[in-house]
Write a protein that binds this ligand. Structure first.
Ligand code: GRF
Length: 227
């Protein structure tokens, strides 16, 4: 008789809208055995997102839920919830997902949604972060992983990585330097979450039961998934 298939304890859904390089880095870290998790599904609101192709190559079920085919934000999010419910998801990862989620959606999954943002939050919430950092003559810039709460880009911080801003930087060059760091800190946060080391209680993030009062900072000479 076949053995009962045990459901993975860390089933992840990734929400994307575009290229999906962060999705790819999570896929790679799981495939290489660095993260013990199952990528249960990838959902895109954009049918042309290249991330969908990446997911299909990795044999991950994909769903396109186009916001523009839904009359209201609520109807769009109900469809999202219906899809997520099928997979019994433990963690939702926003990876370049370009829709603002309502407090109703977020409260449904609060403590189980992570986002990556291309700035050193609380600086530069919102869009065009690299251009704004260059415009402001910042000497350093970077990226942040945080729990998602009803305040856009303002949920409790988990981990950040910094990069130096060079005089010669263009938006694209700086974005690429930041993206390299994103591909390190997002898998690390996901690994901690799946190991139950990273938790969310009463609006605060905790690592190993200590409150994260200041985001963990990736050491400049890190060697990948260190902790
Ligand atoms: C990343 O810069 C991420 O920080 C932001 O959107 C971009 C997504 O890139 N939220 P990709 O689709 O993962 O390549």
């Amino acid at each position: 008789m076949p053995e009962a298939v045990q459901e993975h304890s860390c089933k992840i859904a990734v929400l994307i809208s575009g290229g999906g390089s962060n999705l790819q880095s999570i896929i790679d870290h799981i495939e290489q055995g660095h993260i013990n998790a199952e990528l249960a599904c990838v959902i895109s609101n954009n049918p042309d997102a290249f991330g969908l192709v990446r997911a299909q190559h990795a044999n991950i079920p994909t769903h396109v839920i186009e916001h523009k085919n839904h009359a209201t934000r609520e109807a769009f999010e109900q469809e999202l919830i219906k899809t997520l419910d099928v997979y019994n998801i433990k963690l939702i990862i926003l990876a370049g997902f370009m829709r603002v989620l309502s407090p109703t959606f977020i409260n449904e999954y609060q403590g189980n949604i992570l986002n990556i943002h291309p700035s050193l939050l609380p600086k530069y919430t919102g869009l065009h972060t690299h251009a704004r950092a260059l415009e402001a003559d910042e000497v350093e810039h970077g990226c942040s992983v945080h729990f998602v709460t009803a305040d856009l880009d303002e949920g409790p911080l988990v981990i950040q990585a910094k990069v130096k801003v060079e005089n010669s930087d263009t938006v694209d060059v700086l974005a690429a330097r930041v993206l390299e760091k994103e591909h390190i800190i997002y898998p690390l946060a996901v690994k901690w979450f799946c190991e139950k080391r990273l938790t969310f209680k009463n609006g605060k993030a905790y690592l190993d039961d200590s409150p994260i009062d200041q985001a963990v900072l990736l050491a400049p000479n890190h060697e990948g998934l260190l902790r």
